[in-house]
Ligand binder design. Structure first.
Ligand code: MN
Length: 248
């Protein structure tokens, strides 16, 4: 549930009913109905409405901060305000952009992940960086030592992909990929690349040479885990060169 106390803090003495409606109904009930509409979409609707009304004061700043926390990325916010400008008015968008720059920063930091995947970005995937072209991020979701299976979320920046590789096993084994966010590619040696979008599930049989990664201009995330087996190992091979990598 979204917890909000601004009403009581600022107006509890002057307008206790308004404070109660603000904190308990607007935020406590409407904003909290996450099963009906996600907080991210509610933030987008709210930001859009405030810009359309020309309200870019401290409450707008609060809603920008909250939009960022709810997963609206820098690129998405820039696109939202650009789109809204045509419907809400150019000067309104200008004013909103000034506040957005204050909240998001004028320039993207070099290491900024401009993407908010469902299962979290985790940290830079330094352990496997030598087998990847571009930056990837790893978020372990389970502990294989105590929970029997290691499931991780892997996030790829646009253009990032891993080298050709093979998941070996003497019995069972292989890998499962479950795409959750963005758009990417999976390719088996000698076959056409296949596009991965949220909901795509790929089973990679042991012994099959393949690669997976983001599309050229899109962030991408998939959950990955090794299918349980015996004698499992990974064999990392050559990089996927630009002329073989889909440019779309
Ligand atoms: Mn693989």
């Amino acid at each position: 549930m979204v917890k909000q106390t601004a009403g009581r803090t600022q107006l509890g003495g002057f307008a206790p009913k308004f404070a109660e409606l603000n904190d308990d109904v607007l935020f406590g009930e409407v904003w909290s109905r996450e099963d009906k509409l996600s907080p991210k979409l509610r933030s987008i609707v709210t930001v859009t409405t405030l810009v359309a009304k020309g309200l870019v004061d401290s409450s707008f700043e609060y809603h920008l901060i909250s939009a960022k926390e709810n997963g609206v990325t820098r690129t998405e916010m820039a696109e939202i305000l650009t789109h809204v400008a045509f419907y809400a008015g150019w000067p309104n968008a200008w004013a909103a952009f000034r506040m957005a720059v204050k909240v998001y920063g004028a320039e993207a930091p070099e290491d900024e992940v401009d993407f908010a995947p469902m299962f979290g970005v985790g940290t830079f995937n330094s352990a496997y960086a030598q087998y990847f072209k571009g930056n990837s991020y790893l978020n372990p979701l389970t502990d294989p030592k105590t929970q029997g299976i290691g499931i991780s979320n892997v996030t790829f920046e646009p253009g990032c992909r891993n080298n050709w590789h093979i998941h070996h096993a003497t019995q069972g084994g292989g890998q499962m990929l479950i795409c959750t966010d963005g758009r990417g590619w999976y390719q088996e040696w000698g076959k056409e690349p296949q596009e991965l979008t949220p909901g795509s599930v790929v089973y990679i049989a042991p012994g099959v040479k393949h690669w997976h990664g983001a599309a050229a201009n899109t962030w991408f995330a998939h959950i990955a885990f090794e299918v349980p087996g015996e004698g499992c190992s990974n064999e990392w091979l050559e990089p996927v060169e630009d002329d073989a990598y889909p440019q779309e």
